[in-house]
Design a binder for this molecule. Structure first.
Ligand code: BMA
Length: 374
């Protein structure tokens, strides 16, 4: 082998090794958006690390209202029970598409903007779901049957109506700014529970191809046309039995950052445990293969009638598998709540859940989650 040849082959080898290193980096802890802001990349990287050992506790609408109260500054049912706020905060965007001042659950969007800023300033994590009305029929998110997805993707006769939704989303997200004018990173979980049949984007309403087209269009439009680079995209299924079910409508790794599923306990606790276990096993495999962050994107037991549900049912399940966060649904009223409040039958057990070394609330998160490699 002559010298020139040697130099050439060794530099080729170097190139191969360094591109492998870059690939590895891309696979481990970088979001799908190559132009994601620094804060967004930091958040994602830190969540990627945290998920190896911890689970962050989350609650929908936590700062807005709880059972028996609404809009009291500094109040939170979670804080009233444990002394700490949750670490993840879910917010709902339904009716943003109607230019309404309040979301479909009555929460003023103005308030949501200030909650998001408050959460960011203390190192909490904000997440958005969107039960948007059907852009073709004007009916609610829960209206089926429809052919809406086919009609709103590129080439569809109502494509423009869907673009208007996304434009309103961009106007809203552009108001979520930190003290230096930086966009606050948020998890955006669009078109959720799409493996179920209850929303207009559900699996009976469109083909897998139509669904993934809608998903990709949504993400591409927000990233490339609206220049929003502060979104971590959440893919959140409802029920599924197999890996093929779970991935049937998966839009691709560039379009997803956090993958998970929603799971609620009904009357049959044994079924819930078994089903959770099955769905988790599949999720963990897919998350590892696709290098994504797994999460239990919604969970709960309405009314939590079992006093030890937190430590006996939820904790064992989420401790067994990697879970970046578990988001319990909203505490609206005595007939519809998913987290405890003082005096609620599972409140004492929830304090034990809070004290478990694996579980993270707001008091263990720092604002540096957005600025430093932790
Ligand atoms: C559902 C219920 C509804 C609510 C919707 C969107 O699970 O809590 O009352 O309107 O979520 O937040």
């Amino acid at each position: 082998m002559n010298r020139r040849w040697k130099v050439l082959t060794s530099s080729l080898l170097f190139l191969r090794i360094s591109s492998a290193a870059i690939n590895l980096q891309a696979q481990n802890g970088l979001p799908g958006d190559k132009a994601a802001t620094r804060e967004t990349r930091m958040l994602y990287g830190n969540m990627y690390k945290l998920v190896q050992t911890k689970v962050i506790f989350g609650h929908q609408d936590d700062l807005a209202y709880g059972v028996g109260w609404a809009y009291e500054k500094g109040r939170s049912d979670i804080k009233s029970v444990t002394g700490a706020f949750p670490g993840v905060y879910g917010w709902e965007l339904g009716h943003l598409e109607l230019d309404s001042a309040r979301n479909l659950d009555g929460v003023p969007f103005k308030n949501i903007i200030s909650y998001v800023k408050e959460v960011y300033s203390r190192g909490g994590i904000n997440e958005f779901s969107w039960h948007f009305d059907d852009p073709v029929t004007g009916k609610t998110a829960w209206s089926t049957p429809t052919t809406t997805v086919k009609q709103i993707i590129p080439g569809g006769d109502h494509h423009a109506a869907f673009i208007k939704y996304l434009d309103k989303f961009a106007v809203f997200v552009n108001q979520l700014k930190g003290p230096k004018g930086e966009l606050i990173p948020v998890i955006f979980r669009p078109l959720h529970e799409h493996t179920g049949g209850w929303f207009w984007w559900g699996n009976k309403e469109c083909t897998p191809e139509e669904f993934t087209t809608l998903w990709k269009f949504t993400v591409d439009y927000l990233r490339n046309t609206k220049k929003l680079h502060n979104l971590l995209i959440g893919y959140s299924a409802a029920d599924y039995k197999t890996e093929a079910d779970y991935l049937e409508r998966y839009p691709g790794d560039a379009y997803v950052d956090i993958i998970g599923f929603d799971a609620y306990q009904g009357k049959d606790a044994d079924y819930f445990k078994k089903d959770l276990d099955n769905r988790y096993q599949i999720l963990e495999k897919v998350a590892a293969e696709h290098h994504k962050i797994p999460a239990l994107t919604e969970a709960g037991y309405q009314g939590i009638p079992e006093p030890e549900w937190w430590t006996q049912v939820l904790l064992p399940a989420i401790s067994k598998y990697k879970t970046a966060y578990v988001l319990t649904w909203r505490n609206w009223k005595t007939e519809h709540y998913f987290a405890p409040f003082p005096g609620q039958v599972s409140a004492a057990d929830f304090k034990n859940f809070y004290a478990d070394p694996k579980i993270v609330f707001q008091d263990k998160l720092k604002p540096a989650i957005y600025t430093k490699n932790l």
